[in-house]
Design a protein around this ligand. Structure first.
Ligand code: TYC
Length: 108
């Protein structure tokens, strides 16, 4: 007899009616951006990048200077909820310090 015992009417096997893809899809990723402005001190942007985005001083300085020169920079790429949290933490720190630093997120 076969392993599924198809010949025996008393034993049925539950087969999915439609083929389902194995759920191994990559999560969608989101870029968190820091936008340039004329008032936020460079050192504050570096502090944000080190403390919220876990960058080294050296990487933080490069990212800050990119935003300063080009208008914005990618601070990091994360899943939706992590990106949302990083944006919220950045805006909260900027508000507390009374700097107009803007952070946004967009799909990668
Ligand atoms: N442009 C700011 C200054 O000259 C520094 C700055 C850099 C601000 C990057 C925001 O995302 C930023 N003080």
């Amino acid at each position: 007899m076969s392993p599924k015992q198809k010949e025996d009417p008393g034993i049925t096997t539950a087969e999915p009616k439609t083929k389902t893809k194995p759920k191994l899809e990559r999560p969608k990723l989101y870029k968190v951006l820091l936008h340039n402005d004329d008032y936020t001190p460079m050192e504050f942007v570096i502090v944000v990048l080190v403390n919220i985005f876990n960058k080294s001083e050296s990487d933080a300085t490069s990212i800050m200077l990119h935003a300063h020169t080009h208008g914005y920079a990618v601070a990091g790429v994360y899943t939706f909820e992590v990106a949302e949290t990083k944006v919220a933490e950045t805006l909260k720190l900027a508000e507390q310090a009374q700097f107009p630093l803007l952070s946004t997120m967009e799909p990668e």
